[in-house]
Design a protein around this ligand. Structure first.
Ligand SMILES: O=C(O)CCC(=O)C(=O)O
Length: 292
């Protein structure tokens, strides 16, 4: 049986280079202007996180874990070969990769991710879960417009952050993530679906809100770059119309102190965290203490 890497709360392999491990805070920190932009617009794009060789390692791990009989397959919280359920619109989507492969585990401790995260969260960074979103070449799979926190109300307060990291250059043609700037100041909306109808959210928006969708802003990224976004930020992505895949790893984190608001498992197969208790322990490691 493969080892469950969630038992190990430090980097385990050589994914992080010696240089990565000793990067000073100053090298990784966001500027005051970048933080202001995130607060005003709800997202911050173009942050350098991974080297080309780190992207190669994650893509190799990804190829391996999409094989049907891969080792560690019992550890996924969710695993959808095609979340859209229509063969013409494939969207691979899985949660729990950090338990399954060393690079996808060690990326959580990358200072170029967790130092900016601590600045944007204004506190210590605790892991919530990861996600893989992959669109094959020439396929119509979309990620419908949504707010992440619509899926996370079982954890409170809302002190969450998403970091989306490109494993391929992310372009308008291959379905990069698009944002509606300022929508992080709108109210929490209900879940209207993640795959399938891109515009399903329309039914829960006012006409004024819907008008804003005429001018979405694409997060065009080079391979290895990241975009951070707020838990209420409305975002989605179009089909991949290119001859290459569009792959991404997404890290979802919380400010230390976020609590369970549910008497059900917060993630499939994870022991219940009693309502009112803080997330911690095996499945929710502390990734960055601000003063460390
Ligand atoms: O990868 C995508 O296209 C969408 C990702 C997403 O919805 C997210 O990171 O919250």
């Amino acid at each position: 049986m493969a080892q469950d890497l969630s038992l190990i709360h430090e980097p385990i392999g050589d994914f992080l280079s010696d240089i990565d491990r000793t990067l000073s805070d100053a090298v990784c920190e966001l500027t005051a202007e970048q933080i202001k932009k995130y607060r005003e617009e709800g997202f911050l794009s173009g942050i350098d996180v991974l080297s080309p060789s780190q992207c190669d390692q994650l893509c190799a791990e990804l190829a391996d874990i999409t094989l049907p009989d891969h080792a560690g397959r019992e550890y996924w919280y969710e695993y959808h070969v095609n979340e859209s359920q229509t063969p013409e619109t494939v969207l691979f989507h899985a949660l729990g990769a950090w338990r399954v492969r060393p690079g996808l585990h060690d990326i959580l401790w990358h200072p170029r991710f967790n130092i900016p995260a601590s600045q944007l969260l204004e506190g210590d960074v605790r892991f919530w879960h990861d996600q893989l979103f992959c669109k094959p070449a020439n396929h119509g799979g979309v990620v419908a417009w949504h707010q992440d926190y619509s899926y996370w109300t079982r954890t409170q307060p809302m002190s969450h952050l998403t970091c989306w990291i490109a494993l391929d250059d992310a372009t308008c043609d291959n379905g990069c993530v698009q944002y509606i700037p300022g929508s992080h100041q709108w109210d929490l909306l209900p879940v209207t679906g993640l795959a399938g109808d891109m515009n399903a959210i329309r039914e829960v928006l006012s006409d004024d809100q819907w008008r804003r969708f005429q001018e979405p802003v694409p997060a065009v990224l080079a391979r290895g770059q990241a975009v951070f976004h707020h838990p209420l930020m409305i975002h989605g992505s179009n089909a991949n119309r290119t001859a290459g895949p569009r792959r991404a790893v997404v890290l979802n984190v919380i400010r230390d102190g976020v609590k369970s608001a549910s008497d059900q498992p917060l993630l499939a197969g994870v022991p219940v965290v009693a309502p009112g208790d803080q997330l911690n322990g095996q499945f929710f490691p502390l990734l960055r203490a601000r003063e460390s």
